[in-house]
Design a protein. Structure first.
Length: 465
């Protein structure tokens, strides 16, 4: 058993209202402790061992019915005390108190608190005034729950805990500052990376007059202008976004996996006469479900990268045909030349529309998985909670919370499902940039002109600073 650590400082407002002599006497018996989420401070109809003065966080007064249904009837924060039945001469209460918002608090033994109440009339007066305030809060909550909508009740609850969680404003400011810093860092890195890649590609294109010979490579038009501008942009912008989003998904998964593990608990089952226990079975189910849906998507959308690459190539061919038509239009064209140029543009446009048709089919196939997962995940979470709910070991509120946590974990685990089309677009652009570099290497081998690797000797102008 750990030794109690007395405190000389308290952030509880009820303690601050006590006369100095009463407060000094209580400080000898107060012990600072952490308050964790869903921690029980006392159970209904059981003796109270301690009283608690919450400093940060919120406790919920919960009334449980005979059928197991539970409802919050009041909240206690740093304005009050947990353990008022002792003030009224009883050591038990019809309600339970759980920590709703984690934080810290001070506690002292119930017998010592009762002795201090009997010793000090001024302390009893302060505590009785708080009891009156708590009674009014419970009465207001009952009226609000009867007459007000869910949105109004939520606003009331937020107003009630605003002063009890005074660090919320600080955390909100830090969160906003972190988000702004993340945007600045992400876009700065994207800009620097794209500048480096674009300068390298342009230097390689201009070096040794390769722009005169790079028209065809790897059996297709290279369209270096399109690849240097559009493909290089997609290949450098998207990966940074993916890293940031993947990190957010990992943090979300880590947070809600803990919630899911504690809320769901273990599942005891018997199969063929063999009994076994699955600890954290909701987490296990979430991982298995995510593996199933992600694997299915990978199979269904396995051709999407190639289809997008073909679509981008067709777009580049169309741009090449239109640019070629503009160049020929600078000189007088015969009717036959006009007809030939129009035919080239029409053929390139037809290729683009055909590739878009193929891409639409790919999107439709993957949408079956992504949209179906969005609809099924909440239902799967609820179904998985049925065994505990039927056994009475999980209340309806716990089922709702577990299902919400299951959906959050699924959203994090299924990051690939939500971002698969964008990832395919990025990989397609990266492949096209790689093919352009491969074409440069082939020209270097054929002509004996080394591709530029830095700012050393090279033929042609350089865009490097």
């Amino acid at each position: 058993m750990t030794e109690r650590q007395p405190t000389t400082r308290a952030d509880n407002r009820l303690l601050a209202l006590l006369p100095a002599k009463d407060r000094r006497r209580l400080e000898k018996h107060l012990e600072r402790i952490p308050l964790t989420y869903r921690q029980s401070l006392y159970h209904a109809r059981q003796p109270l061992d301690f009283v608690y003065f919450i400093e940060t966080g919120v406790g919920s007064l919960v009334n449980t019915m005979a059928n197991g249904a539970a409802a919050e009837v009041g909240t206690i924060g740093n304005e009050g005390i947990v353990g008022l039945p002792l003030l009224l001469g009883d050591d038990r209460a019809p309600t339970s108190v759980y920590v709703q918002v984690p934080g810290e608090g001070l506690r002292m033994g119930a017998a010592l608190f009762s002795a201090e109440l009997a010793r000090s009339a001024s302390m009893r007066l302060v505590m009785l005034r708080y009891a009156h305030a708590l009674f009014n809060q419970v009465a207001q909550s009952a009226a609000c729950n009867h007459f007000h909508s869910l949105e109004q009740r939520c606003c009331r609850w937020m107003l009630m805990i605003w002063h009890q969680t005074h660090l919320l404003a600080l955390f909100a400011a830090l969160s906003i500052g972190l988000a702004v810093t993340a945007v600045w860092g992400r876009m700065t890195f994207q800009r620097s990376w794209r500048a480096w890649v674009s300068r390298h590609l342009i230097d390689a294109w201009l070096g040794g007059d390769r722009y005169l010979h790079i028209e065809l490579g790897n059996g297709e038009h290279q369209n270096a202008e399109y690849r240097i501008t559009e493909d290089a942009r997609l290949a450098t912008d998207a990966p940074i976004d993916f890293v940031v989003e993947l990190l957010a998904a990992v943090l979300t998964a880590g947070t809600f996996v803990i919630v899911l593990w504690h809320v769901g608990g273990a599942l005891e089952a018997t199969v063929l006469g063999v009994s076994f226990t699955i600890p954290g079975y909701l987490v296990v189910a979430a991982v298995a479900y995510a593996v199933l849906t992600t694997g299915t998507l990978m199979i269904v959308g396995r051709h999407m990268i190639g289809v997008i690459e073909s679509k981008n190539q067709a777009e580049a061919e169309l741009k090449y045909a239109v640019a070629h038509l503009r160049e020929r239009a600078t000189r007088r064209m015969s009717p036959g030349d006009v007809q030939e140029a129009a035919s080239e543009v029409a053929m390139a446009l037809g290729d683009v529309l055909r590739e878009w048709h193929y891409l639409a089919w790919q999107y439709m196939r993957t949408t079956y998985i992504s949209h179906g997962n969005a609809l099924l995940a909440p239902l799967v979470g609820l179904i998985l909670c049925v065994p505990h709910y039927v056994q009475g070991t999980m209340l309806l509120g716990d089922v709702t919370q577990a299902a919400a946590a299951f959906v959050a974990v699924q959203g994090a685990f299924n990051w690939l499902i939500d971002n698969f089309p964008r990832l395919a677009e990025c990989l397609s652009s990266a492949n096209r940039v790689g093919n352009l570099l491969l074409a440069f290497d082939q020209l270097e081998t054929a002509e004996g002109t080394p591709a530029p690797a830095g700012n050393g000797d090279r033929k042609g102008p350089s865009l490097r600073p």
